[in-house]
Design a binder for this molecule. Sequence first.
Ligand code: G3I
Length: 347
Amino acid sequence: NSLKAAFEGEFTIGAALNGRQAMGQDADAIPVITQHFNSLTAENIMKWGPIHPEPDKYNFEPADALVALSEQHGMELIGHTLVWHNQTPDWVFENGKGKPASKAQLLQRMEGHIRTVAGRYKGKVHGWDVVNEALNDDGTLRQSKWLTIAGEEFLEKAYRLANEVDPEAELYYNDYNMWKPAKRDGAIRLVRNLQEKGIRVDGIGMQGHWGLENPSIAQIEESIIAFSKLGKVMITELDIDVLPNPSNRNGADIDATFEFDEQYNVYTNGLPDSVQQKLAQRYADIFALFRKHSDKISRVTFWGVSDANSWLNDWPIKGRTSYPLLFDRNYQPKPALEAVLQPVNKQ
Ligand code: G3I
C-alpha cells in the first residue's frame, strides 16, 4: 500500500528532499521515497543561495543528483524556486561597492540566473515555482529587495523568461497562508494581472504549513476553488505543526495532561498518543477535502519525508522536536499515514 497508489488518477504525491536525500546519502529514506511518492521537490538545493552562491559560481551537484533520482524512478521533478527574497545571497542585491544594485543590474542578474538554472534543467523539470512568496498576508506586494529595487516588473520578467527558457515546464506562483482571504485575493490579482498580459502562469501553489486546528477545512476549500479558476492548484509544502507557535499561543494546542516544556516548546516524554490521534484525524480530514477536489488539485507535496527532516524542528524555535509528517524519525509510518490511506483500504 502506498500513498502514490492510493491517489493514482487524482493527484501526484510529492516530497521535498534535502541535499543528503537527493545525493542518496540517507539510506533509510530511499525505500520510503520510492514506495510512496511520485513527485519530488528540491527543499533547498535549487534555491539561489545553494545553487548560485557567487556571481560566477554555480553548485549544481546536489540538484543534478535530484534530477537523476527522479529520472531513475520515473517521478516528476518540481523546481523550487527561481525568485525569492529568502536564501538569496546579498551580492545579488548589491552593486559590489556596498550600495544597492540598480534596477537594471538586478534584473540582469535575475535573467542570468533563470537562463542558467532553468536552462540546465530544461525538459527535466515538470514545473517551476518561478516566484515564491511575493505577497504579504494582507495581499499587498511584499517590500522585498526584488520589489523595492526592481519594482513590480520583476514578476513579469521572471515568468516571461522562465517561459522562454523552458516552454514545456509548468510555471507556478507559490506562497503560504493562501487560505487567508486577503492573501487569496492578492494572489488572484497577481496571477490574473500576469495572465491578462499574456504571460503564462499555469498554476498556484498553496503551501500547506498548517496547524492542528487552523486553518479550517472551509478556508482551505475556498482557496482551492478560487485558485482553480486561474489554473492548476497544488498543495506544495504540506506539514501539520502539532506544537504551539510561541508567538501566537493561547495554549489551545497543548494537551495539558502531558508534560510540556515551555522553554524548549517540546513534549518532554515524546508525542502523547492523544496528539498523535489528533494529527491522524487532521490529515484524514485534509485528504478527504483534497480528494473531493481532485479535479482541481494536480499535486500534493509534503515538506519533507520524515519528522527527522522537517524544517519545523528549527522553527520557530531552533532544536525543538516536531512531529508534522506521516513518517517518524526512523522512517516508520505513523497513525497519520494509515489515516490518509484508510478510505482507500475500505473501498
Ligand atoms: O546548508 C547550510 C549548511 O551548510 C550550514 O552548515 C547550516 C548551519 O545552520 O545551515 C544550512 O542551511 C540551512 C538550510 O535550511 C539547509 O539545512 C539554513 O540555515 C536554513 O535557513 C534553511 O532552512 C530552510 C528554509 O526554507 C529557509 O528559509 C528550510 O530547510 C526549508 O525547509 C525552508 O523551506 C521554505 C520554502 O522554501 C518556502 N516556504 C516556506 C518553507 C519553510 O520555511
